[in-house]
Design a protein around this ligand. Structure first.
Ligand code: AVJ
Ligand code: FE
Length: 452
């Protein structure tokens, strides 16, 4: 969605996608917590509505709440995760979302909206809400994938619940991508070709209050020593050589915490890989398909990414290194809005917006490369960085403490770049995502770096 589109149009487009995602689950899965770290899809739906109502109707318009019960149920600090399964009927939540949205649109068009209000200047609260809804969409997408994997792994019940269909095991999904062109075989143990980024300053973060979130600000000049970085995210074929080479059981590849996690979790391969007939398949949205060798590896924890990098004598990039490699134009000494320039993302530059409902092979977005020559910096998979999520110097919480501050706790690592499921408003080189290092349900991969 282009930034020139009007706010009502952008809100509508975001909502259409939310509703499409919700429509993919039956009533049972709508309210089921499929994984302890993630609330049910239906909870995300209500939470999107409550958040919109809170910021626009209550904070900006000064109206009373439409439902104190919904506020309680769908506010994370008021209702702990295990209790988020007690949800109203889907149609009732949908009606609530519709009522909120109608009042929001009336507020926008009736002129009751004071553009001088600190939350409304440059439509900043709407841009925040669009990013909020789109981030929850990505969480819904990962829940859908968890549900698919659950069906793949468990024998179907004797009596299928309504809306359940038996998974067709190990068949190519109807929408799977074509086989990658140009087989390159298994990567040598040195990994892929790397790009040199010379030492020097660059501009990190943003001062665009209307379109960024608080943790990306303020913009600052940062000096980055010379480093090497992978041209593209680490592929399944590359990661397979780590798996097949016994990397998961090689102590020297792992940090102390990662090694404990590995032993306790008994993880031996990325989340959606399954052994099949002497090879590997990957579980996707529609079932399983042969592991695509030249797609980025996805759904690995920070620990697994870190171990792979150590295995090659490399490391993960810091977020400064990542952002410089993604957005700095050394010739013009200028930061680019996107790695490729100012044009809005499209299928030639990156894989985003869930367009293909999965990863694409590396090398398919050469038109989207950064000035240094890195590809797939935006879209395809989120990329783990070495950096703990911490505030930049001069950070100021906006519009509330709870968005970023509780996560500046040295328990969360920064991810950059967005995935195939990330939508436009969230996709930019300065955006900072964060998760705990053991989380592997998100669409996260990585690329390696090295000192020069
Ligand atoms: C930045 C994706 C980790 O979903 O927990 C949504 C974003 N914050 N609602 C999350 C967020 C409040 C957040 N992540
Ligand atoms: Fe939220």
């Amino acid at each position: 969605m282009s930034r020139v589109a009007s706010i009502p149009q952008q809100l509508q487009a975001a909502r259409d996608q939310t509703l499409r995602l919700c429509a993919r689950v039956n009533e049972v899965d709508f309210r089921r917590q499929v994984h302890r770290e993630f609330s049910p899809i239906g909870w995300h739906l209500g939470h999107i509505g409550v958040t919109e109502a809170y910021w626009v109707l209550q904070q900006c318009q000064g109206e009373p709440t439409l439902s104190a019960a919904y506020d309680r149920l769908f506010t994370p600090t008021d209702t702990p995760k295990p209790e988020r399964v007690h949800l109203p009927a889907r149609d009732e939540i949908l009606a609530y979302l519709g009522a909120v949205r109608e009042q929001v649109l009336n507020f926008l068009t009736d002129g009751g909206c004071d553009p001088g209000h600190p939350l409304l200047r440059d439509a900043r609260i709407f841009n925040m809400l669009l990013q909020h809804e789109e981030q929850h969409q990505e969480t819904m997408s990962l829940i859908l994938r968890l549900l698919t994997a659950e069906r793949y792994d468990s024998p179907p019940p004797a009596v299928l619940a309504e809306g359940w269909s038996r998974p067709e095991r190990n068949e190519r999904p109807p929408h799977s991508s074509p086989p990658p062109r140009g087989e390159r075989g298994i990567a040598p143990p040195s990994g892929q070709a790397m790009i040199a980024v010379p030492a020097g300053p660059f501009v990190m973060g943003s001062d665009d209050i209307a379109h960024t979130l608080d943790n990306e600000r303020p913009q600052q000049e940062v000096f980055v020593p010379a480093f090497l970085i992978d041209r593209h995210p680490v592929t399944n074929a590359e990661f397979l050589s780590f798996v097949a080479g016994g990397g998961y059981h090689q102590r020297s590849c792992w940090g102390a915490e990662g090694w404990r996690w590995r032993a306790h979790s008994e993880v031996e391969h990325p989340l959606y890989w399954r052994r099949h007939g002497g090879g590997w398949v990957e579980i996707g949205l529609y079932g399983s398909a042969p592991l695509p060798p030249h797609h980025p590896v996805q759904c690995v924890s920070w620990y697994e990414a870190d171990a792979y990098a150590r295995w090659l004598g490399k490391r993960l990039p810091s977020e400064e290194e990542w952002e410089k490699a993604a957005s700095w134009d050394p010739e013009r000494a200028e930061k680019r809005p996107y790695p490729w320039g100012g044009r809005e993302p499209d299928p030639s530059t990156c894989n985003c917006d869930a367009a293909g409902e999965g990863t694409t092979g590396v090398g398919q977005h050469a038109a989207g490369c950064s000035p240094y020559g890195c590809e797939d910096m935006l879209g395809n998979v989120w990329e783990w960085t070495a950096t703990w999520f911490q505030p930049y110097r001069g950070f100021a919480a906006f519009p509330y403490e709870g968005y970023s501050v509780p996560y500046f706790d040295r328990q969360h690592r920064v991810l950059r770049g967005g995935s195939w499921a990330t939508r436009r408003h969230v996709l930019r080189p300065t955006f900072r995502n964060w998760y705990q290092p053991w989380v592997r349900e998100i669409f996260a991969g990585f690329r390696c770096a090295k000192d020069l």
